[in-house]
Design a protein around this ligand. Structure first.
Ligand SMILES: Nc1ncnc2c1ncn2[C@@H]1O[C@H](COP(=O)(O)OP(=O)(O)OP(=O)(O)O)[C@@H](O)[C@H]1O
Length: 733
């Protein structure tokens, strides 16, 4: 048996061995940086970041390929958070005595020998996949923990004891457990050092088609998906850097939470968008507000598609009217039925905002036919005579105005209009929910832009797809009267000012497209939001991440339907994550019992950790709630090192917020007050779940949303029932 002293001497000795290698890597990077700076000073072009073509471009630069490689690595290194993200984190000792170091980026020495292998390279695969049952020629896997450039700890797994030489030392208690027990900060960290086998398979799956990653809460779906984005960029850099990778998550808070992961893996080129901001490439918005459950369900449904189409066809104002022009004393008139035929003909193939020139041409043709035999004039002159009249321009402005998606959508605040358009589509209750949501929007005290909801973003995007983007010049209101003192070089007529050029390429799709779209928390994407996403990924490969049991929707099965449609005939790969790395077993047992009672189909993972601390189920009188929450937050602040989440029903958010603000004294950077929906995808060291009954009642996903709340903590869970008769959510028995 070894004594603790001799064990700690062994660890120190092993750390010193690893430190020597890590020092060599940093020295190499310094040297490459110096060479690169020298080359730059000499005025020669430095190699740019397209790593896949560096061999061919080598001649054009002042750097050798090996220096280029190391210089790029040094540049990436500068973006790492030295406190947490050591460059070299792994070592493999193989049966043939070869030693490989694994890191966030690859680095080679002067002889082009690898000092560190990029974790995404094939040679690094055994680091994640090797097991004692299948050691893949690896004898020992070692994880190095560093702070900045210093190695501070090592954890070993012996994978093949029989082939290990006598001098092979094995220390530590397992890197995974050490990583999982650490306190959580405000942002998610990468897991490169401890990716598990089943996660690695999903990360390295081929890019084509649709990759579906499922699994219960805390199984690493999000973090795996982000590592997959980094892997795709590494293995097909040209395709994905040029085509773009879009990562979509549920909220801005969530995007802030995950935003460090990709840079820490050396990737900066991915677009991160919350679902409320996906459409910001066509409408100026970044919606975060959620509708009440009734309105959200209506707005997410495909029935909105028909409603929006009807809305676009609904004339903006009463009329118009006939088109009347006079040419050389002859009055020519187009009647409403002729006008609507022309309108329908044009719109059958074109979008309203991009087809005004076509509509004008069709009107002129119809007028020209009428003029035959009545007016003696050439066609070109005829067109000029018609289009220079103010009556023509004013008619067009009323009949074919540029439509702004947000103005169109706001019309749904009109109950009479909605009753007419939604006839046979939405029942009276649904119509009321819809109209109310837009009335409240009008009454928003913010001023300026309307505060659109997350669900509205998909509707606005749909409208832009139907009507086309607003022509640039038409976005401002036309100025009919010039302010006093305005200088104008020449006379500007009303007709001139109304006739604004419509310069939009009718074929161009306004939204951005991506080569890969990665959707997290996909179980909450509504059918209307799927349409919005598909517009951006019509030619893309996809990674879809979700868990039906955490769905916020009344019909969680809709998710499977949406996926079937998305997949179509594309190749599909499915991966199921089976281990919960977040919740302690004690907490997850409770959450499991709650969700299973309501939703027996839930995919329940195995919790990997146990803390020995059972969840605390408390009940308080309503008048004592504020004091209770503040007291709990303070106690938990002493009991855990990191973050504390207070998860609250939406109806209590304001009062609990005020109570916490008054009573936190200095704890606030560690405390987050959120609804269960806002907590999606996030985690806290301790969570207080307030009034679980109300959380169930106030969300259309009911118990599944409570399940989300109960599965947020990494260490401690406290639930607080409010008042007598509460606690209906608690599992029986
Ligand atoms: N292999 C791993 N090594 C270390 N930590 C891990 C590993 N896998 C997952 N984790 C950690 O487990 C936690 C949960 O991961 P993540 O948020 O990705 O899970 P999820 O499946 O997306 O959860 P949810 O469905 O609840 O949103 C994170 O803190 C993550 O860093």
């Amino acid at each position: 048996m070894t004594s603790p002293e001799s064990e700690s001497r062994t660890v120190e000795r092993e750390i010193a061995i690893e430190q020597a290698h890590v020092d060599q890597v940093y020295a190499r990077l310094d040297e490459a940086t110096r060479t690169a700076e020298q080359v730059a000073r000499q005025g020669r072009s430095l190699y740019q970041s397209d790593r896949t073509s560096f061999v061919r471009e080598e001649d054009g630069t002042g750097l050798f390929e090996r220096d280029v490689f190391a210089f790029q690595a040094a540049k990436r290194l500068a973006t790492l958070d030295a406190e947490h993200e050591g460059l070299v984190f792994g070592r493999l000792d193989r049966a043939d005595s070869e030693v490989r170091y694994i890191g966030r980026i690859g680095v080679r020495d002067e002889d082009y020998e690898p000092l560190v292998i990029d974790w995404r390279a094939r040679a690094a695969e055994p680091f994640y996949r090797a097991t004692p049952a299948e050691p893949m020629d690896v004898v020992r896997r070692r994880v190095l923990r560093s702070r900045g450039t210093k190695v501070i700890g090592i954890e070993d797994d012996l994978l093949d004891g029989e082939r290990a030489g006598d001098d092979l030392v094995v220390v530590g208690e397992g890197a995974l457990m050490a990583a999982l027990s650490r306190a959580r900060g405000p942002q998610m960290r990468d897991i490169v050092a401890t990716i598990q086998g089943e996660q690695d398979e999903a990360i390295r799956a081929p890019y084509q088609g649709v990759t579906i990653i499922s699994g219960g809460p805390g199984t690493g779906k999000t973090v795996v998906a982000l590592h997959r984005a980094a892997f795709l960029l590494y293995s097909h850099r040209k395709r994905f850097e040029r085509g773009g990778v879009l990562v979509v998550g549920p909220s801005r808070v969530f995007m802030n939470y995950i935003e460090r992961v990709l840079p820490s893996l050396g990737e900066e080129s991915v677009t991160l968008r919350s679902i409320g901001a996906v459409a910001s490439d066509v409408v100026p918005l970044g919606a975060e507000r959620t509708d009440d459950a009734a309105a959200a369900v209506v707005k997410g449904s495909l029935r909105m598609l028909t409603l929006l189409r009807r809305l676009v066809d609904e004339p903006l104002a009463a009329g118009p009217l006939d088109l009347r022009v006079s040419v050389k004393g002859e009055v020519l008139v187009l009647r409403p039925f002729q006008l609507s035929t022309i309108r329908a003909d044009v719109l059958r193939q074109h979008k309203i905002n991009t087809s005004r020139p076509l509509a004008e041409k069709a009107l002129l043709d119809a007028l020209w036919r009428q003029a035959q035999g009545r007016v003696d004039v050439e066609r070109d002159a005829f067109d000029d005579l018609v289009t220079s009249q103010a009556s023509w321009t004013m008619f067009l402005h009323a009949w074919w105005p540029p439509l702004d998606a947000s103005l169109v959508l706001r019309r749904l605040a009109d109950a009479d209009l909605v009753a007419r358009l939604a006839d046979g589509l939405l029942d009276a209750e649904e119509q009321r929910a819809l109209v109310r949501s837009y009335r409240e929007l009008d009454a928003d005290p913010d001023g300026g832009r309307p505060r659109w909801s997350v669900a509205d973003a998909a509707l606005l995007d749909e409208l832009v797809a139907v009507i086309g983007p607003v022509p640039q010049e038409a976005e401002e209101d036309p100025t009919l009267f010039l302010a006093d003192g305005t200088e104008v070089a020449e006379l500007v007529t009303t007709a001139d000012r109304l006739r604004r050029p419509v310069e939009v390429d009718p074929q161009a799709e306004p939204h951005q497209r991506y080569a890969h779209v990665l959707v997290d928390e996909a179980q909450d994407i509504t059918p209307m939001q799927w349409r919005m996403l598909r517009r951006r990924g019509s030619q893309a490969s996809w990674t879809i991440v979700g868990d039906t049991a955490q769905s916020s929707w009344p019909e969680p099965e809709e998710y499977d339907k949406a996926l079937t449609e998305l997949i179509g005939r594309a190749p599909v790969r499915r991966f199921r994550m089976s281990t919960n790395y977040r919740s302690p077993a004690e907490v997850f047992d409770l959450a499991k019992a709650v969700v299973q009672a309501e939703y027996p189909a839930a995919d329940l993972p195995r919790a990997v950790r146990s803390t020995g601390i059972a969840p605390e189920l408390r009940t308080v009188a309503p008048e004592a709630l504020h004091e209770e929450v503040t007291g709990l937050v303070h106690r938990l602040g002493d009991q855990v090192e990191g973050t504390i989440g207070v998860i609250c029903p939406p109806s209590r958010l304001a009062e609990v917020g005020a109570a916490l603000e008054a009573g936190l004294n200095g704890l606030s950077p560690r405390v987050a007050l959120v609804t269960a929906l806002q907590a999606k995808g996030l985690e806290y060291d301790a969570a207080v779940v307030l009034s679980p009954d109300e959380i169930v009642a106030e969300h259309s996903g009911g118990t599944r949303v409570l399940y989300v709340a109960l599965t947020r903590p990494t260490q401690r869970l406290v639930t607080v029932d409010v008042g007598p008769g509460s606690g209906r959510w608690r599992p029986r028995g």
